[in-house]
Design a protein around this ligand. Structure first.
Ligand SMILES: C[S@@+](CC[C@H](N)C(=O)[O-])C[C@H]1O[C@@H](n2cnc3c(N)ncnc32)[C@H](O)[C@@H]1O
Length: 280
């Protein structure tokens, strides 16, 4: 199959880039020609589709929730994540955010419920970090109604998130005492799974950040290491979607290189380089 050995042409690249952008908000740079060609070749081999144009036509006809779109997105996005990524953010969560919430509940200023959204959760490492810190910090966490929602566009990543078997590598930053208390080894495997107490707090569903999330409102949202691939217009759309599901006074934690601080500063108070608060 001679065609599959070639690179995509500029015209093909631009058609693919448009298609990807329309579906996901992700901008494929013209510099990614070789990368896209390599990844496409893998999909051609897997599907038996003869060339780049035929594969394009197939994708363009399919819905984003079709397994082939998922397989394609797997190829062009990164799912790299691990528990307790960005240590200082978890210190803030444990030492500032959670004590603020629990003392407000003690004063009777709020009920004992807490809703947190891990947006672009990939394989669930961030969502389980949230659950672990909550269980370890709020002594009577069982008397709270805790809802941690992890969402991602990638179906395969979500399936791994639901299974929640984490490698030693993914667990490398989990403090030893927390690892002992809240995770156990999967029998016969070099993998760790969260305790049932953590599992009951966390759920996952597929969601594209370019679309509104219809899951009620949240006290805290994490959006990290995803918008870096989006252009300005898509970033604005995602920020609008996120802010529309934040309670007044809710907090937003971002990644270090998200590139949305200018957009966020328009109507939120920046408290740290990566932390924002929506006004009451
Ligand atoms: C590098 S991971 C980030 C995981 C986690 N937030 C972290 O910081 O460790 C990026 C994730 O963004 C997801 N993603 C990319 N575009 C998306 C979109 N339009 N909507 C939702 N998720 C998306 C990918 O599927 C991938 O799992």
């Amino acid at each position: 199959m001679a065609t599959t050995l070639q690179e995509v042409t500029d015209a093909q690249l631009s058609r693919y880039a448009d298609l990807i952008y329309r579906h996901t908000g992700i901008r494929i740079s013209p510099k990614k020609k070789t990368l896209l060609s390599n990844r496409l070749r893998r999909r051609l081999r897997e599907t038996g589709i003869s060339d780049f144009d035929a594969y394009y036509k197939t994708l363009a006809k399919l819905n984003l929730d079709d397994p082939e779109w998922d397989a394609f997105l797997q190829e062009i996005t990164t799912h790299e994540t691990f528990l307790f990524r960005d240590e200082s953010q978890w210190e803030w969560f444990r030492d500032q955010f959670l004590p603020g919430i629990t003392s407000a509940a003690r004063r009777g200023d709020r009920d004992r419920s807490l809703r947190i959204w891990s947006a672009a959760s990939s394989t669930g490492d961030e969502a389980y970090t949230i659950a672990c810190v909550i269980a370890n910090t709020i002594v009577n966490y069982r008397q709270w109604k805790i809802d941690i929602l992890g969402t991602d566009i990638g179906i395969e990543a979500l399936e791994k998130a639901k299974q929640a078997h984490f490698s030693e590598r993914a667990m490398r930053l989990v403090p030893a005492d927390l690892k002992r208390r809240w995770f156990k080894q999967v029998p016969g495997e070099p993998l760790w799974e969260p305790s049932p107490a953590l599992r009951t707090m966390v759920r996952f569903k597929q969601h594209n950040l370019m679309e509104p999330l219809r899951e009620g409102v949240f006290d805290l949202v994490f959006v990290k290491n995803v918008l870096i691939y989006f252009d300005g217009e898509s970033k604005q759309r995602v920020v609008k979607n996120i802010q529309s599901v934040m309670k007044p006074g809710a907090m937003l934690v971002t990644g270090a290189a998200e590139g949305i601080s200018d957009i966020l500063k328009r109507n939120m108070e920046q408290q740290r380089p990566w932390l924002y608060r929506l006004p009451e």
